[in-house]
Design a protein around this ligand. Structure first.
Ligand code: PLP
Length: 475
């Protein structure tokens, strides 16, 4: 038997207080834990307990083992990668998702899980100012969403017969080609590996001076491939690249895709959330001409890990790529009901729509826009400080969203390797403070530092602290 509901209530009250204290005091922890690899495992028994342990003992280990080994993503000073937030409505949603344990594989296996997913993804579409005609589905990550989109792109021409006959051992199949910018996320390459397209069939097209895919180079790459007898299949445009958050010119790319009959997938895993801000939608012009789009609410829409939304205007093609119904999953609703299992690889699916629905309701469209606007304003302020500082400091890329790439070059230094190790040392010193956590990337051959604002607790004071630490570390 399970533990009793009374026992649940007793521990849940305590745990609820523990979470509230954690959220209140999260800035008291070092963002990055000071543990060496293996140290956490060494503290834990090598084998599972033979006898039952009390929840009191287990929960005591949250303070003893779990928190000291955590990198605190909910810390205001978390400025690395893409900072995110497990917001209060999102945390509450996760609790209920675990308790209900619904499975959103078929409509029948929980009507509300399926229909709330339809409603919530359509709310998100409207929140983003997108047109009608988009089908939305929640997955775990952008990597999976993009892989699904490219699986659909591969299925678009059924004459290739890949669903039935596969790709291996076939002399009749041309090389299928995918195009993206040199700054596209590695998930595009991984999808090509997974789908049997092959890494060398991902064409990384050169970008312009602002790190955006160059449409003329794209058109030329497609032409060159056709001349070789290859089959161009899809283009992935990125709206908010992972390194420097540049936005590819979606409308120009859509024109090429239309002319060439290519699937256009837009990767807005991080940047897409900015469409919640009406005055930022111009960056995404042409989006309604795309075939698919991914946005991650678990990045910049205050929803706890994991929650990615895949939109497509071609749900029938996506369904053709994935639908396979064994007898034991046939249900009497037929075409009256949507069965999400038909649109992806997974059968069992978590009830992720609940937390997203709660986040959207608890903040409202205006509240979400205001929060994202504020993050962008904080980033511009930080960039202004860097620009105004002189003394070897510079901003290394435009700042369209809430992420700033910048670096420090010691006076007279021109050797890129020296500049890189100097900036790596700055980053190490800043991160050792425990107050903030920043990361780095490379823009071409330039090593740069990155500050990404995406946590709801981050304030101007957090950034002032980061800036003070950075300047001290550089001198
Ligand atoms: C973070 C990111 C991804 C990968 O997201 P996951 O959900 O972790 O798979 C893909 N594309 C872009 C542009 C990203 O920034």
């Amino acid at each position: 038997m399970d533990l009793s509901p009374d026992e649940y209530a007793r521990h849940a009250h305590r745990l609820s207080d523990w979470i509230a204290t954690y959220l209140r005091d999260v800035d008291q922890y070092d963002v990055l834990p000071s543990v060496k690899p293996g140290a956490i495992r060494a503290q834990l028994p090598k084998s599972p307990p033979a006898a039952a342990e009390s929840l009191d003992d287990i929960l005591a280990d949250l303070d003893r083992v779990i928190l000291p080994g955590a990198t605190h993503w909910n810390h205001p000073g978390f400025l690395a990668y893409f900072a995110n937030t497990a917001s209060v409505p999102g945390i509450l949603g996760e609790m209920v998702t675990a308790a209900l344990n619904l499975n959103a594989m078929l409509w029948r296996t929980s009507p509300v899980a399926t229909e709330l997913e339809q409603v919530t993804t359509d709310w998100l579409r409207q929140l983003f100012g997108m047109g009608d005609g988009w089908f939305g589905m929640i997955t775990d990550t952008a990597s999976i969403s993009t892989m699904y989109a490219l699986a659909a792109a591969r299925e678009r021409d059924p004459a290739l017969g890949i669903r039935q006959r596969g790709m291996a051992g076939r002399g009749d199949l041309p090389r299928l080609r995918i195009y993206c910018s040199e700054h596209a996320h590695s998930s595009v390459d991984k999808a090509a590996m997974t789908l049997g397209l092959g890494l060398e069939n991902v064409v990384h097209v050169a970008s312009d001076g602002d790190f955006r895919l160059n449409p003329d180079m794209l058109a030329r790459a497609i032409q060159a491939d056709r001349a070789l007898g290859y089959r161009p299949m899809a283009v992935v445009a990125t709206a908010g690249t992972t390194s420097m958050t540049s936005v590819d010119p979606i409308n120009d790319i859509a024109t090429i895709c239309q002319r060439e009959s290519l699937w256009l997938h837009v990767d807005g895993a991080y940047g897409g959330s900015a469409m919640a801000v009406p005055e930022m939608r111009a960056l995404f012009a042409g989006l309604d001409r795309a075939d698919s789009l991914v946005v991650n609410p678990h990045k910049w829409l205050f929803t706890p890990m994991d929650c990615s939304v895949l939109f497509t205007r071609q749900p029938k093609v996506l369904r053709r790529a994935f639908s396979l119904v064994p007898e034991y999953l046939v249900t009497p609703e037929g075409d009256d009901a949507l069965n999400y299992m038909d649109y992806g690889l997974q059968l069992g699916r978590r009830f992720r729509a609940l937390k997203l629905w709660m986040v959207i309701r608890a903040f409202g469209a205006d509240g979400i826009a205001e929060r994202i606007r504020h993050h962008c304003a904080l980033a511009r302020t930080f960039a202004d400080w860097v620009r105004a500082a002189g003394n070897g400091w510079s901003v290394a890329a435009p700042v369209p969203f809430s992420t700033v790439c910048f670096r420090h070059v010691p006076e007279g230094e021109t050797d890129e390797a020296e500049i890189a190790s100097h900036n790596a040392a700055i980053m190490a010193r800043v991160n050792a403070s425990g107050d903030v956590f920043i990361s780095h990337t490379k823009l071409g051959d330039q090593y740069v530092l990155r500050v990404a604002i995406g946590n709801l607790r981050t304030t101007a004071q957090t950034l002032e602290r980061a800036w003070t630490l950075l300047r001290a570390a550089a001198s």
